[in-house]
Design a protein around this ligand. Structure first.
Ligand code: SF4
Ligand code: SF4
Length: 491
């Protein structure tokens, strides 16, 4: 393991700023324990310099009250897979086993399909970042996600992922089949409800548990129908990862068997060193770790809440759109690249969520200048190999128009061409995420990174911030040298 990451985490941002030459620029609530048995109350992190709190997401972004809910089938990722079902044809593929190039990614990710891999030119050449060792790293990282298909679907709900058709026409997830469904009814909610002293106490306990279960960030948003998918994709796959066509339904209604009140939003940091190698299978392994962690932690939290007598639905990217929920839960802001930018890890996070009817205190959205900095920065747009990211200065500029129906409409944001992005993934035989790796907010806590990030919060100095990032040599997209360096670094 590279020790840079863990060492740097020991230096708090505040301490680091004291060390930095711009300390002058950058400038408690103590959590109340609901349990007398918790001897030492946990100190909540103070908001850092120049952070504003807001009542709702609508106070930050212009959101059309008539906004239509988004169909999951229109997400670029789903559209790309569903290309095989005639929903959207992408570029033809060299691989005769696949109808569109994007399927290279589905089968290259995790590197588990040897038939598809025969056609992978990077693998044939054992290119740095795409070698057997690199793909194997991704295979291990994705193992838990692969068992549940949680990237696209509700987790462990017999809803998607690897599946086995049964005699009655229903489908059993392979992971459950192999484990023989250990305890029937294990996932049912407990009949006796635990009563917390207050919603604040409930929030404290749930956040404490979420951290124990592996979340790096946790916040709570109100349940709002507008952020639910209008319809969700049902995409069971066979053991070889091929969708079981007769069971695929790209437009299934999103339904709950209870009335959700809130959404617990979980954030997971992805490895900084691995992300520096993007676009590579090493970087993809960091993403895959995020997906496996999304599954693990959301499932654990859902089990806990059901044991307390409340309903849950837990999901990775499924059920609803994650970014607005994460913003409403106070985890961060939206950005030019369309991803959540957190104060702690920038865009280098994955998001999972647990919908529940537990009465729980909600968090407030916060801003720390991301939108204003994105108007000046544009590093992601300059570095994007498929030119998918908008270069409009402001979201209100006339050229910033929806590109295709992969774009959700009615929200003040930059419109990017996700189809171009997915096409590059197909050509690259793997993921990309160069946009995340070059973003100045992506950096780990070290004094010079902190200094650069702090400058993004100061209106008059924002133009300097991008330059600052360049001066320190960070933010360049992955090179073969960096890919080789990943394995040569001491653990
Ligand atoms: S993932 Fe790569 S291709 Fe897609 S938007 Fe980001 S930089 Fe561009
Ligand atoms: S790279 Fe720059 S423009 Fe792109 S999201 Fe990050 S801060 Fe915004």
């Amino acid at each position: 393991m590279d020790t840079t990451n863990s060492f740097s985490k020991k230096i708090s941002r505040r301490d680091a700023l004291k060390l930095g030459s711009i300390a002058a620029m950058a400038t408690t609530a103590t959590m109340v324990s609901p349990q007398k048995t918790i001897a030492k109350p946990v100190e909540e992190k103070k908001d850092s310099y120049n952070v504003s709190k807001h009542g709702t997401i609508d106070e930050i972004y212009n959101i059309d009250p008539k906004m239509q809910r988004f169909d999951q089938a229109n997400s670029a990722f789903c559209k790309s897979i569903l290309g095989d079902f005639g929903v959207i044809p992408l570029k033809p593929n060299d691989n005769p086993n696949m109808k569109n190039a994007f399927m290279n990614v589905v089968f290259a990710t995790g590197g588990y399909n040897p038939i598809s891999q025969e056609f992978n030119p990077h693998l044939k050449a054992q290119k740095p970042g795409h070698s057997d060792l690199d793909l194997a790293l991704d295979t291990g990282a994705l193992a838990l996600e692969n068992m549940t298909g949680s990237a696209l679907a509700r987790v462990l709900a017999n809803e998607s992922g690897p599946a086995m058709p049964l005699a009655d026409g229903s489908l059993l997830p392979i992971s459950l089949y192999k484990q023989q469904v250990p305890f029937p009814g294990q996932f049912n909610k407990y009949e006796k409800q635990h009563k917390f002293e207050s919603p604040k106490d409930a929030a404290y306990a749930i956040k404490k548990a979420a951290k124990l279960y592996g979340a790096d960030l946790v916040g709570i948003a109100p349940f709002e129908e507008r952020w639910l998918y209008k319809s969700e994709v049902y995409l069971p796959m066979d053991v070889n990862g091929n969708p079981i066509k007769e069971h695929v339904n790209p437009f299934r209604q999103v339904k709950f068997d209870f009335k959700p009140k809130s959404v617990i939003v979980l954030g997971f940091e992805m490895d900084y060193e691995a992300y520096k190698t993007q676009p590579s299978a090493i970087g993809a392994a960091a993403t895959s770790m995020g997906y496996s962690q999304m599954m693990e932690t959301s499932v654990r939290l859902a089990y806990m809440i059901r044991r307390l007598g409340y309903n849950t639905v837990h999901a990775g990217n499924a059920v609803g759109i994650s970014v607005p929920l994460a913003i409403q839960a106070g985890l961060g802001e939206s950005s030019r690249m369309g991803l959540l930018v957190t104060e702690e890890y920038g865009p280098r996070v994955r998001i999972a969520k647990v919908y529940t009817d537990l009465d729980i205190e909600l968090d407030k959205p916060k801003t720390f200048g991301v939108k204003e900095f994105c108007e000046i920065c544009q590093k992601c747009a300059d570095a994007c190999p498929s030119e998918a990211i908008s270069k409009a200065v402001k979201t209100t500029d006339p050229e910033n128009k929806p590109k295709n129906d992969c774009n959700g409409k009615g929200v003040d944001k930059w419109y990017n061409d996700h189809q171009k992005c997915m096409s590059f993934w197909g050509e690259n035989w793997g993921e990309c995420a160069v946009c995340i790796s070059v973003c100045p907010y992506n950096k780990i806590d070290m004094w010079h990174h902190d200094a650069a990030k702090s400058v993004t919060k100061i209106p008059g100095l924002r133009r300097l911030a991008r330059t600052f990032d360049e001066i320190f040599g960070y933010g360049k997209a992955g090179s073969e040298k960096l890919m080789k360096a990943y394995w040569n670094r001491r653990i």
